[in-house]
Design a protein around this ligand. Structure first.
Ligand SMILES: Nc1nc2c(ncn2[C@@H]2O[C@H](COP(=O)(O)OP(=O)(O)OP(=O)(O)O)[C@@H](O)[C@H]2O)c(=O)[nH]1
Length: 351
């Protein structure tokens, strides 16, 4: 068991769907100063993809049986407990920091609440703050529609504005102002694909609780009426670790597809183009790893109806595969799934 002097710092990394959390983590965790970091990644959808996009030696643990802020709190407690046990009993395992990457639709409040109220976590870990990634390109629309995106910013100790390589100086200033409107106490950092703000991850004082604990507590008990953006979340009752009222998410549906044969690249690109032009921003998030039989995996991302260029230079580990997750509003889910199944064809398709 640990004491106050060797409590492990625990950071939460949050930010709306597609804002750039995994990309940032991938850049950040392989730096020497982050050695010994354990990543706990929570994903929506039955098929976890993000863990396959993180390279390097740091242990990555996936929590994929639901969203960490409502259904997998027990899972998080178990993982944190397991890590301490391993550290105490296995001389070959040590770690000095944990970063929890939430799903893009997570409300950080219940996770922070859990950290502060679960005795075993408090004994061994020290909460080192919430880092929220704001999507530099899509934040305006997201904040107008999604309550989670607003709350993620309001709860932050540090805010990272991503994708600033695609923004003008005026746009960056406007986003800084938005961030400040929602949260005056957080430090704001800027990020590009090549230049992740390391300070946001490395500068914290583990002997202090985050500076705006009061704000955190206010948020934990808050109702939507305080904020005029986006729609509210309906409260639900949970059993398990936290037997209290917690929010559910805005309305999203996840479509997860796997394919066991190499795919025809053009049919995939064509299907995504068709989805984005027909449904636009209702395709909230799309991501996939694809086997086009070219010897290495292709990674395709889409955020709010726009597809991004392939960015990850990965290699296959084991047998090639194709898996994708699409997050959409429920009213179009059936149609989207049908289109994808119709349009995406295997390479050897003779039709
Ligand atoms: N131009 C640019 N693109 C970025 C930047 N950060 C992320 N992206 C792109 O944005 C897309 C989504 O990034 P991810 O890191 O997967 O986003 P995420 O927040 O982990 O997404 P979820 O897992 O859905 O919550 C990818 O295509 C990234 O390459 C950036 O700083 N600049």
């Amino acid at each position: 068991m640990s004491n106050i002097f060797n409590q492990i710092p625990l950071q939460i990394l949050t930010g709306f769907l597609g804002s750039g959390k995994t990309t940032l983590l991938n850049k950040v965790v392989n730096r020497p100063e982050m050695k010994g970091t354990v990543l706990i990644i929570n994903e929506v959808g039955e098929i976890p993809i993000d863990n396959k996009l993180i390279s390097g030696d740091n242990p990555v643990i996936v929590l994929d049986s639901g969203c960490i802020c409502c259904t997998v709190q027990d899972g998080l407690v178990n993982v944190l407990h397991y890590l301490i046990e391993e550290k105490d009993n296995n001389p070959e395992f040590s770690f000095n920091r944990v970063i929890i990457e939430t799903t893009g639709i997570a409300d950080p409040a219940p996770i922070i609440d859990l950290i502060f109220h679960y005795e075993e976590i408090l004994l061994n870990y020290s909460f080192a703050g919430t880092i929220t990634v704001i999507d530099g390109v899509n934040a305006k629309e997201e904040l107008a529609k999604n309550y989670e995106a607003v709350k993620q910013i309001a709860m932050a100790d540090k805010i990272i504005i991503s994708k600033t390589d695609r923004l003008s100086q005026d746009e960056i200033e406007a986003l800084k102002n938005t961030a400040e409107d929602l949260n005056q106490s957080a430090d704001v950092f800027l990020s590009t694909l090549d230049n992740p703000p390391m300070d946001a991850f490395t500068s914290f004082d583990i002997f202090n609780t985050p500076k705006d604990l009061k704000t955190v507590m206010k948020w934990i008990n808050s109702k939507r009426s305080d904020y005029k953006l986006a729609s509210g979340m309906a409260p639900v009752k949970l059993s398990g670790v936290m037997n209290k009222t917690l929010p559910t998410h805005s309305n999203y549906q996840t479509i997860a597809l796997s394919f066991d044969k190499p795919l025809n690249r053009f049919t995939v690109v064509h299907a995504f183009d068709a989805l984005n032009s027909q449904f636009g921003e209702s395709i909230i998030r799309l991501k996939g790893i694809f086997d086009f039989d070219e010897g290495y995996p292709f990674v395709i991302h889409g955020v709010q109806g726009e597809c991004y260029p392939v960015t990850n230079q990965l290699e296959w580990e084991g047998k090639p595969f194709s898996q994708m997750v699409v997050i959409v509003s429920p009213r179009i889910a059936e149609q989207v799934e049908h289109m994808l199944k119709q349009m995406i064809r295997p390479l050897d398709d003779s039709e």
